[in-house]
Design a protein around this ligand. Structure first.
Ligand SMILES: Nc1nc2c(ncn2[C@@H]2O[C@H](COP(=O)(O)OP(=O)(O)O)[C@@H](O)[C@H]2O)c(=O)[nH]1
Ligand SMILES: [Mg+2]
Length: 296
């Protein structure tokens, strides 16, 4: 019997918006480190998620969604970021949605010529009642892309996640661990806190507003295991401030308390979160509204 050597490497998770890349990363890592939403292009920055097993360490890079329909500067930047991340890695997980292969998926395929080996994760299989329908879909993908493997998964339920890791292990170079065995991300708690708060804006505010907001962590202190976080939600116009705050402050309360709960889960400790809403441009309008959540 041969003992297999330890493998480790970088794996880009790519795919059109909304196929479940970030959800899959969180599932693999076992923690919410990358924010997810029904809206496309929630993920603006690259997030690294580390999965450590006895004989392999997987360093996943979640990339912002590839967008081919709109030619805006933001999208060009994102496409560039996808192309760049494909160039640097040992393997690629290309996430597609079961039975929904679109022109955008085709555009992603176009980027994969000459790339590192690709494993296609056919996601959202929990939405496919009759699993027989998956077979022809997977056969088409096989013909179209000639991937190293195709693995049906549900990022939502976790089914297929271990199969995906197994399929990837063989594609990674023989190498020692790249990160400590208990590290799950390279992002700082500060960045993660900002992202988790930003996710709530996407989940709890109307259609367009979240795209014109930003989150700023003004203060982040940890004393005796208690994290005190002061965050600002920056909006473009004074009129948007009221929408974020909501009637009687209810909306902001909801945003802040959901963000705090996610932070406590991820950081494994109590969080005291203060959230302010500010207008980006107008300094005169800086009189913020404060919402405390956590220890009163
Ligand atoms: N039913 C189902 N929904 C999923 C699954 N994975 C992701 N989603 C949903 O698809 C949407 C987009 O997910 P997200 O991870 O943000 O996609 P991304 O844009 O590719 O990063 C969210 O509403 C997720 O809850 C899955 O396996 N099954
Ligand atoms: Mg995402």
């Amino acid at each position: 019997m041969t003992t297999s050597k330890h493998r480790a490497g970088y794996i880009a998770i790519i795919g059109r918006p909304n196929v479940g890349k970030s959800t899959l990363l969180n599932r693999l890592v076992g923690q919410k480190i990358s924010i997810t939403s029904r809206r496309p292009q929630t993920t603006r920055q690259r997030i690294i998620g580390i999965v450590t097993r006895t004989d392999a360490q997987y360093v996943f890079v979640d990339t912002p969604g590839f967008q081919s329909r709109h030619g805006g500067a933001m999208n060009r930047l994102m496409n560039r970021s996808v192309s760049r991340s494909i160039g640097d890695v040992d393997a690629i997980v290309w996430v597609v949605e079961a039975r929904h292969f679109t022109a955008e998926d085709k555009a992603v395929l176009g980027l994969l010529q000459g790339s590192a080996p690709v494993v296609i994760a056919v996601n959202k299989i929990d939405e496919v009642g009759n699993k027989n329908e998956l077979l022809p879909f997977m056969q088409e993908l096989e013909t179209l892309a000639h991937p190293a493997a195709i693995v049906p998964v549900s990022a939502k339920s976790g089914s297929g996640a271990e199969n995906l890791l197994e399929a990837l292990a063989g594609l990674l170079p023989e190498r020692e661990r790249l990160y400590g065995e208990d590290e799950i991300t390279t992002a700082s708690e500060r960045t993660l806190a900002a992202e988790l708060l930003r996710e709530k804006l996407f989940r709890l505010l109307g259609e367009e507003l979240p795209y014109s907001t930003a989150v700023e962590i003004e203060r982040f202190e940890t004393v005796d295991g208690l994290r005190r976080i002061h965050a600002g939600i920056l909006v473009d116009k004074a009129g948007q401030k009221g929408i974020v705050i909501g009637k009687g402050g209810e909306k902001l309360k909801q945003i802040a308390s959901q963000a705090r709960m996610d932070m406590e889960r991820l950081f494994g400790g109590k969080v005291f979160l203060e959230v302010w809403v500010k207008v980006k441009s107008g300094w005169a309008d800086d009189s913020a509204v404060l919402r405390r959540t956590g220890i009163e």
